[in-house]
Design a binder for this molecule. Sequence first.
Ligand code: ADP
Length: 275
Amino acid sequence: MKCVYEINAKDITELDCLGKGYFGVVLRGRWRSHQNVVINCAIKSLYQTNEELKAEISTMTQLRHQNIVKLYGAVLKESLSMVMELCDGGSLKERLLSKHKLKLLATSLLEYSKQIACGMKYLASKNFVHRDLAARNVLLSGDEKIAKICDFGLARNTSDNTDYYFKQSAAPLPTMWTAPEAIRWKKFSEFSDVWSFGVTMWEIFSYGQNPWEDCECYKVPNLIIKGVRLKKPAFCPEDLYNIMYRCWNIESRQRPTFELIEKILFGYHFKFGTY
Ligand code: ADP
């Protein structure tokens, strides 16, 4: 594949390890760009197959949004690595759980939710389905003020078959975040991403708790079919829980779109004295 964003390996300097993912390690690094400017970056080296990597690259290079991690390019020769924007605040999941920093205020939790909805609205407008939206796949940057959606390893463009992408790869599904129709019939769409957004928002307002923590993974789909849902997090206002709840409608088309979710979230204001 000849990639317009191809980066020469000699323009990359690898530094320390930022994290380990399902498909490989992510290193902090520096990239001497085509304009000869040195840019701090994150380098994701992949163990996964070339085809999956290329799908991820072609997906990410098409996306430009403040709440989506930017892909600068990829080293396709000596090694297979993606060179992307460095988000030095780590993952949202880690931040929510952090005991060493000040606990996030409810206004910050709402702000992150708004930003993720904004990024997902953009993604949907480009006919992309993420398929793995979760707090662990949201990174923070800009003094932890900006949330950026990452990890498009599972994302696919749906424009070829309009609404849905029927999953073919063998990668495991994140069951606790995945919509019932995606688990049962591999039917992925903006609406299945909306389901995952509801779970992500639940993680945010639960300060990083794992969804369905006390439940065995294989039992969750059955509980969902029976109408059981994640409970309202203790400090979450009813109106915000109501948004999550609407995201978990068993009928995918009854769920709100990201456009509507964004609109509702931007119109929401905490009542004075609540927080
Ligand atoms: P996975 O393959 O499990 O979905 P990733 O490989 O995308 O996860 O990322 C693993 C970890 O590396 C993340 O949890 C995060 O801590 C770190 N990381 C990934 N991308 C970046 C980035 N652009 N900037 C900073 N850290 C990153």
